[in-house]
Design a protein around this ligand. Structure first.
Ligand code: UD1
Length: 422
């Protein structure tokens, strides 16, 4: 461990009070930024979260020829002047999974793309065969080797594509590729995450024709190449960051307004929180959360939207670990996404992993120690868990948290939590 690196220190806290604003969604803004490759002009994105992944995506787009400029703390201008390179440099692509989202726009608009295998959180294998299969069905030629993916097509054609799994990234790449395909593309078993709806809405504002937005069957009528135009668009709020602040109140107790939390994007997870005993009610501009006492353990399984997102899982596991009873957790998306459990166990959690299941036996309290943030959401869950730990929880490798959380420490301390960044 490098002692020079920043760390987050958490002490047992609560009850929390006040209000917290939910920032824009990481998993939306990065895809909206990539979509600016589809048409020339100046785009302005508002409600952009101040997170490291936005900087990484800006760097990638800059390397491809898009110029970016901050107009304010949460307002980003991106100008596509038409002089675009179709080769995505390794050093940018390697840092975030969403870098793969430049593939569809580059291929459909400029006829080719050369991109290294994307990086991002390490949940074990993260294949892109569904992206590639869909693009090939539209007529693309794709060569892959250990280093990169090379795609080409003078003109993509509309196709009927049924995804064998409702993959977020594959849906987005096929969707953006279909924008300038000749004819109509149908994506069946499309992922339905709210962030895909946000992308569809921006594409429609740019001049695309998409039916079935929000459903598992997207129908895209292809347009003349280059006929779309730039837009101003506000990024939707981040349901995972909203869920993080709810989890913090659930664990530390208190009464907090989560401003900008959209209950319609979070129905199942709100239902699970309620089963645990957290009281959640609509408020004027978001949700009011109160947590009256010790939580009840719950069973849950992760699924594509509208199911319980895999990104919520570390939070729910942290909550289960201090609940009354035993909760059985099933991970259906990324079998390797249990690495943080070892860190929770260092804090005294009682968790046993069996394949893609985890059995979490609630303990009365955790005990602070040094832990490592293994990825974005798990890192945030360790911070939240630290609110229930006696003594001091020191979280290292917090660059993972910075990738997706806009001032987690500031927002939690604004609610009265004893959290500092050193
Ligand atoms: C996105 C999110 C991530 C979230 C995940 C699931 C971004 C940047 N990341 O990741 O935070 O946890 O959705 O909600 O938006 N799969 C294949 N072949 C493919 C593509 C995916 O087998 O071609 C599998 C994956 O291995 C995984 C499942 O499908 O088991 C879901 O992956 P996917 O929905 O594509 O997630 P990402 O887009 O990578």
């Amino acid at each position: 461990m490098n002692n020079e690196s920043p760390q987050i220190i958490v002490r047992r806290s609560g009850p929390l009070s006040g209000n917290v604003q939910v920032p824009g969604a990481k998993n939306s803004v990065l895809k909206l930024m990539a979509a600016t490759l589809l048409a020339e002009g100046e785009y302005v994105l508002t409600n952009v979260p101040a997170i490291a992944d936005v900087v990484t995506m800006s760097d990638l787009l800059t390397a491809l020829g898009i110029s970016t400029k901050w107009l304010g703390p949460h307002e980003l201008s991106l100008t596509n002047s038409g002089n675009i390179s179709t080769e995505a440099p390794f050093e940018n692509v390697d840092r975030i999974r969403a870098s793969i989202n430049v593939l569809g726009p580059l291929l459909t608009h400029y006829g080719q793309a050369l991109i290294n295998w994307p990086g991002g959180d390490d949940f074990g294998g993260r294949p892109i065969d569904l992206h590639i299969g869909g693009l090939e069905k539209m007529g693309a030629t794709i060569e892959q080797n250990l280093l990169n993916i090379r795609a080409s097509a003078d003109q993509l054609n509309g196709a009927e594509i049924e995804l064998s799994f409702a993959s977020v990234g594959a849906t987005e790449n096929i969707l953006t590729a279909a924008i300038y395909a000749k004819g109509t593309t149908v994506i069946d078993n499309a992922a339905r995450e709210p962030e895909i709806g946000d992308l569809c809405n921006m594409l429609v504002a740019m001049g695309a024709e998409i039916e079935g937005i929000g459903s598992s069957r997207l129908v895209v009528h292809g347009k003349q190449k280059g006929s779309l135009h730039s837009v101003r668009h506000s990024v939707i709020n981040d349901r995972v960051q909203a869920a993080t602040y709810i989890a913090a109140v659930a664990i530390a107790g208190g009464d907090v307004q989560i401003r900008g939390a959209k209950s319609e994007h979070m129905e199942m997870v709100i239902d699970k929180y309620s089963q645990m005993g957290v009281l959640i009610s609509p408020s004027r501009d978001g949700l009011r959360v109160t947590s009256p006492g010790r939580l009840n353990a719950i069973d849950f399984a992760t699924l594509p939207y509208p199911g319980i997102a895999t990104d919520y899982k570390p939070l729910l596991v942290a909550m289960n670990s201090v609940s009354n009873g035993v909760g059985i957790v099933t991970e259906n998306l990324f079998p390797g996404r249990f690495r943080y459990i070892e860190e929770l166990c260092k804090l005294g959690a009682d968790i046993r992993i069996d394949g893609h299941h985890a059995v979490v036996k609630g303990v009365e309290y955790l005990i602070g120690t040094s832990v490592i943030a293994p990825d974005i959401r798990a890192g945030a869950a360790l911070v939240v868990a630290g609110l229930a730990a006696h003594g001091e929880t020191v979280i290292s490798e917090i660059h993972h948290i910075d990738r997706g959380y806009d001032d987690l420490v500031g927002r939690l301390s604004g609610l009265g939590a004893d959290v500092t960044r050193v």
